[in-house]
Design a protein around this ligand. Sequence first.
Ligand code: HEM
Ligand SMILES: [Cu+2]
Length: 504
Amino acid sequence: MSEQKFRTCTITGLKVHGPAESLIKANIITAVIFIAIGGIAALLVALTRWPAVHLLPAHWFYRILTAHGLDMLIVWIIFFEIGALYLGGAVLLNARLAAPRVGWLAYILMLGGAVLTNIMVLSGTSDVLFTSYPPLMAHPLYYLGIILFAVGALIGVLLFFATLYKARKEGVYTHASFPLVTFGFIAAGMIAIYTLVHGAGIFIPTLLWSMGLMNMNPSAYRLVFWALGHSTQQINVAAMISVWYLLGTLTVGMKPINEKLCRTAFVLYILIISVASEHHLLVDPVFSNAHKIWNTGYIVHLAVLGSMIHALAVPAGIEVALRKKGYTNGLFEWLKKAPWGNPGFSAMAFSIFIFGFLAGISGVVFGSEAVNITAHNTWRITGHFHATVVGGTTLAFMGVTYYILPIVFNRQIIAKNWASLQPWLFGIGLILLSGGMMSAGVYGVPRRHWDIVSFGGSPFAFTWDPTVYMWMTVMGIGALTAVAGGVLYVWITLGTAWKGKPVA
Ligand code: HEM
Ligand SMILES: [Cu+2]
């Protein structure tokens, strides 16, 4: 193995493989460009749903909403995850990336797919929203774009596993087990593989259907689609929790109190989490009631158990680490004296709080059969998943970016004070956004509706409880605050990558 391709990180002492470094940079920068695009879409969509503003006309609302869902939930998150997998597979093990050329192939497929899908959406031929439920039909190239993206992502995940294999085989990494963070990424990678296979399982037939070559049964579509759509959220959860462990270590020197238990929790995710996909089908007349109750009332709680273990392990690990630093007065001195000005720490703390309280609890409640019938397709759901994938995953990824920039990009963060403020703006904005959505949803405000005031001039008048307008305003203020945090993130990340001073 040629040693000259490695650089030693002056902060962590990790050996950074040059080709891995280039690929991580490309994937992360692309992710950030897409969160910027998705963020502009977020602002437009939020300002349309806020009745006081009602910005876009109906057709542009649905078009931009389609772009927002795709660019955020698929493109931003998965590009970032592929970058993170290369980090966990190569950099954290001081190993080389197994086959950098394959990594570039994956990158090109993903980028090509993302650009193609965006073009099809913005050109107005594919207003099908993120879920693209038949009989809504997009242009065939829209589905092709998604397939290319998914194949690229699958290749990236396989490259991660090949990298681990090589690190072992070449004797670079010899400990009995991989570090916990890498272990969590392995869980994410395994879930990713069966998820992406389901992605092919649904989007290839849908492509053929859009070309007039076969029929499509909407119920069958929903079943297979959610094997993809829900399971991808479990990649996000596993990756987010791995990032919590990483940030806990980097920010306060945390060590898990019982590492075996944490690993077991990841194994529970791998085994159980896919059955949770069925919570998307609770109002569909496809499964029997008994089946739904078994699934959502019992089995899924084994995965919830995994989350509960992490939810205790991470904060407890942080508390122990801070108490070891001498903050032992009273119950909460450690919390008060925590490094709140370090954006890596505050992003992690907000992510844990939002994911634990807003996302986790609402998810378990809305995912039960009895409650789902009233929560389904209301803004409660949109509030729930913004707490998971935005307040949880996206914020955790933002936090770890403040470490990836010095370690992988070898640059010092520009505008440190703004960086300290960034997770606060994004986190508080998200709490208001998700809280506003969920609260309005309790009154029955539907998701994906362009006009909740006159329902598009519907003859059946409907008057909301005035409280609804208050919650819509909370949502709007939250959206503006979160967008401000998002703008800071994009500016600081791209600015640092481009003009940050090299790490001494
Ligand atoms: C500043 C940040 C954000 C704001 C203000 C925001 C706002 C919104 C709003 C207002 C909607 C429309 C809901 C509806 O009409 O039912 C929406 C939908 C959605 N958002 Fe966000 N969002 C943000 C960030 C994100 C991120 C980072 C992700 C993913 C990682 C995300 C994923 C989604 C998805 C999947 C939908 C549903 C699309 C659909 O119904 O087809 N959002 N968002
Ligand atoms: Cu789900």
